[in-house]
Write a protein that binds this ligand. Sequence first.
Ligand code: ATP
Ligand code: MG
Length: 451
Amino acid sequence: MAVVSERFDNLGADGAPVRLGLMGGTFDPVHNGHLRVAEEMREAHDLDAVLFIPAGIPVFKRDQHVTDAQARFNQVRAAVADNPYFDASPIEIQREGDTFTVDTLHQLREHYPENVEFYFIVGSDSAVTVGKWRGSAEIAKLAHLAVAVGRPGSAGEDELREAITAAGPFDYHLVRVSILEISSTDIRARLAEGKSVRYLMPDAIRAKYLSQGERAKSQALAVSSAEPGDDDVFSKAFYEARKAELEQRVSAKRFKHSLGVADACAQLAKQYGVDVDKARLAGLLHDWDKGYNDDQARARVYELNMQGEIDPQVVADMPGTLHGITAARALGQQYPGIPADVLQAISRHTTAAIDMSPLDMVLYIADAIEPNRQFGRIDELRAKVGKVTLEKLYFETYEYWVFLLFERRKPLHPDTITIWNDYAKRLPRKGPRGSGDESVSAKKHKDKDKK
Ligand code: ATP
Ligand code: MG
């Protein structure tokens, strides 16, 4: 179990000198100013790592409303996930009571060996108040102070030097950094006015903030939050709005594929007596998260706080398989009206599962046979629609998919082995000693199609 940080808990264990940057703050929300300051400080002081430490209850902000600590922590962690030098630390949000920097530094000093030196990073607006921080003289002994200067509205350099010197025997460095005009206060104001915050904060966090922030905040955000009509997820308005949103989220080719899958889903559903509206919606939304690159897909797992539910090896090695499960989670949170079985189908479309429901199977098959797909034996599968049972069609599609994974020398998702073994158990063996393909019975699951 990590104590201070998942990435940097063992820093300095080999006795070599280490410089660790510490970036405290409220991060309500985290923004590109925070990230850029940390990055420039890392370069300026040759830091080996930077820990972002979201405050529990910020002493200076006791009288204003602050977003839930765990939510701020999750956002910070997602924001830094793609930078190997950065990590988020939960030590302040886990501590009871008010947050004091001096307590944090003592805790870190106890955790890390002596060869790890601390560089406490602060903006000049914050550094000028250092004399008022509890235990400031002690802080001076525990850490170097790396001050980002030039933030508008903050003290001039002389005033700053004076304030810091008066506060304790600090070893401090003033460093000019860029993107100084961004602040969380300004971002919150823009959000409240329904204005854009694009390019002020990381995209993944922005999407999350818009979709998942506190209700009051998100209600001001007409673009991405709940709109009238969202309560009826089977309305035409909802379908068209999600379609427009999807077009922004994925490539043109992926968008076309999604529309093809939605149609194929509807046709298969009609053919096999499955709910057509549910199938079409699942088809439209199944690749909702497919627009992310590998790092963004991994960050999405943290942003949605799903890291405990997914094999870390899969997150590390097979980020391409994450989009189904993250899409289902994100869509469920953003649009609570989407039924659980639709979300399940979306979640399972990438790797399938042992106990696929008819809706799950419809989406899985549609994803493979929609008209824009043109390869190998897909036509053979298409020709079987309506001629074989839904389950048989699904099994054949799955079998073909696994075959393609081998043929293309792709790694196998750990679930694939479980599912394949279940499949192999249920169906007769082919070849000399088997009884042939036509005797597929799959007794155990015989009446699934009728549900
Ligand atoms: P708020 O407006 O809510 O006070 P903030 O943008 O100042 O938010 P904090 O979480 O209070 O963000 O800041 C954490 C630390 O990062 C502080 O030391 C602050 O001075 C520094 N900081 C934040 N934004 C910038 C920026 N744009 N340039 C330099 N330093 C910054
Ligand atoms: Mg501030």
